[in-house]
Design a protein around this ligand. Structure first.
Ligand code: F6P
Length: 346
């Protein structure tokens, strides 16, 4: 078989570990690998290159992706779909492994449903918001970075009697915020799934300070809409970048606006740290390397068996496969049990 492989969407720790696992297990089966450069753009624009054993050597601990990535949507480019299908058949490819989140795998699901396209998916995203899998790879690394940041920010919060607001990524779900907030012992955790008002969050901070704690840590997810008792809601972000053909709002900035509100309402000195792309960068944790490797091995097996339209997934401790359509139908939000745990000790 001749197998293409691509990575789409935001870069994510563990992408290279998947590429290595898919490639090595396919080489062992006597198959050939082809690098599809920069996500779906590679098939739309014909950016392909051979991928040999030496290309995937030594990449297990490396962050980013050796294939490059983009937010190109073939359905959003004129003639994109036709070019993609032509490139695929002219290159003599028998199968494609698409490593990505809801956007990249949404395209894979559509291609499979509408054109019986021979594709297998691998669930990637630091946001952990893909359905059908308990965890995506990359999430554990982002969670570890955010937790370490919260630990470090405690130092300044305590020393200066400040409120420290930490803004984390996660797009429209609060997985990173909820889990790092629990792990770091945050005092207030604000996520899209549980719309608490700014007034209520401030009341909790005041109560805590009245009980003798004169510092606090607030973790806010970038997708939390500032909500006021008046009913006003405010999602903080800017227009989608032209390069994002999936049309996402570029989130970011809620931490700063929240800090202004907290300081104005409580009188406590309030500072902000935005973790941004630090959460996505650098080497994957051991957990993510193992998960990415297991996903990669599963994806290679699915290709070998010609079981297309499926995505490797983690359920419990088992690696299984689920329909791409099921995985991309709706976002996986933080369940109530985790939201309750986040509230229990705050
Ligand atoms: O989906 C991963 C993610 O890091 C989100 O948490 C974030 O909103 C988005 O990507 C940022 O994307 P970009 O790097 O394109 O601005």
């Amino acid at each position: 078989m001749r197998i293409g492989i691509l990575t789409g969407g935001g870069d994510c720790p563990g992408l290279n570990a998947v590429i290595r696992a898919v490639s090595r297990s396919s080489f062992i089966r006597g198959y050939e690998m082809v690098a599809v450069r920069e996500g779906w753009r590679g098939l739309v624009e014909g950016k392909l290159a051979p991928l040999g054993p030496s290309d995937v050597s030594g990449i297990l601990p490396r962050g980013g992706t050796i294939l490059g990535t983009s937010r190109t949507n073939p359905y959003g480019v004129e003639g994109g779909l036709e070019s993609l299908l032509n490139t695929f058949s002219e290159a003599g490819l028998d199968a494609l492994v698409a490593i990505g989140g809801e956007d990249t795998l949404g395209v894979a699901a559509k291609l499979h449903a509408e054109h019986a396209f021979p594709v297998v998916g691998v669930p990637k995203t630091i946001d952990n918001d893909l359905s059908g899998t308990d965890y995506t790879f990359g999430f554990d690394t982002a969670l570890s970075v955010a937790t370490e940041a919260i630990d470090r920010l405690h130092t300044t919060a305590e020393s200066h009697n400040r409120v420290m607001v930490v803004e984390v990524m996660g797009r429209h779900t609060g997985w990173i915020a909820a889990m790092s907030g629990i792990a770091g012992g945050a005092d207030v955790i604000l996520v899209p799934e549980e719309p608490e008002t700014v007034e209520s969050a401030c009341e909790r901070l005041v109560r805590r300070h009245e009980q003798g704690k004169d510092f606090s840590i607030v973790v806010v997810s970038e997708g939390y809409e500032l909500l006021f008792a008046s009913g006003e809601r405010r999602l903080v972000g800017t227009k989608a970048a032209a390069s994002d053909q999936f049309g996402h709002v570029r989130l970011g900035g809620v931490g700063q606006e929240l800090a202004v509100e907290i300081e104005a309402r409580t009188g406590y000195e309030t500072r902000v740290t935005v973790l941004g792309h630090v959460q996505r960068g650098g080497t994957p944790t051991a957990h993510d390397r193992v998960l990415a490797t297991r996903f990669g091995l599963k994806a290679a097996t699915l290709v070998h068996e010609r079981t297309f339209g499926r995505m490797a997934a983690l359920q419990g401790n088992e690696i299984v496969d689920v329909a791409l359509e099921e995985a991309t139908r709706e976002l996986k939000r933080v369940p109530q049990a985790i939201l309750d745990a986040a509230r229990a000790l705050a």
